[in-house]
Design a protein around this ligand. Sequence first.
Ligand SMILES: Nc1ncnc2c1ncn2[C@@H]1O[C@H](COP(=O)(O)OP(=O)(O)O)[C@@H](O)[C@H]1O
Ligand SMILES: [Mg+2]
Length: 333
Amino acid sequence: MELPFVGRSAELEALRMFNEAQRPKPLFVYGPEGCGKTRLLLEAVRRFKGWFPDGEALYVNMLADRLDDAFMSTAPGLAEFLGRKAAEFMARIPGVGDLVAGAVALAYHYFADWAALGGVARIFVVVDEVVKALGVGHVAAKAKYMQSVMDPTMRSEKLRGKVINYVALTSEGESRGELLRHTYVELGYIWNMPRGDFEELYHCVRGLHPGPAPPFEDVWGAFGGNPRALMDLARYGWDMGKVRRDMMVRVRDLVARLGGYRDVLVRVVEDVDYLYHVDVVRDALIRYNLAMPLLRGAGLGVEPPVDRELGIGRYYAWQMPIYRELLKDALRG
Ligand SMILES: Nc1ncnc2c1ncn2[C@@H]1O[C@H](COP(=O)(O)OP(=O)(O)O)[C@@H](O)[C@H]1O
Ligand SMILES: [Mg+2]
């Protein structure tokens, strides 16, 4: 049984408004791993025709294992059409390794041909996992491509009057720096769920996974509203010790790599905004997906308030409060 979609009304409203008119630039949304980016955008795609009867939405997952899973659309037959195009492309180049991402990237170029055909006035394209699929270095080129599709003066006659807007998703905090250097993207972020919605989700998940679950207060204190971590905990039979041990492996590895920076790490545990001043440690914590920069003012919906308890600073935040606790333990020895 699938969990019901919970909360995120501010984010959905922001996405609806984003599609009201032609935007000048694609919106790249980043956020903690597992905070619900994919689920949110899938929900926006699902609601799209309700918002805009003259529109269609397309979701592209560049990291799909299989081409069949790479596309999802409100337009009848479109996902299958693009899947076929991707398969044709792959069939032409035998013997090359991981091609799904490349095929997907290529296939959605055919999307413009499709869009030119129908009586569709408004098109919303969501591209998931751009950075993991293409690498940080290639993401700027992809963004530029999206921007050129969004610019009506660069389009063919048939596409000129349409609203075409792109959103791309990434968990890789690294790419934020790369994207900020360019003027052809807009950046936004979403955060973990706020407490009330997360509590609702916790009760839904408990309904699906009965067992001796830790009290909500403990789950909130550890995960700070991260739905993936909650799901994983439930799948491990609510065994918080097991989840902690798995996370600790990653944290200890990082501490070993940053051996010369113990004092800096101690200060970062005290105040996550200390990352502002220390690039090596900052870059490492971001690359390990333990911490994340917050582009204040660019939140897509609810921005997390500064909360020292949860490890959310003004400029940086722990992706989950448990990471700070684990780092503290790891530094003790
Ligand atoms: N608003 C929500 N309501 C219900 N479940 C959610 C919600 N947001 C995320 N989830 C669930 O939490 C897990 C992680 O979400 P996902 O969208 O995959 O995160 P991300 O794409 O940010 O890594 C998924 O199992 C997803 O279905
Ligand atoms: Mg995702």
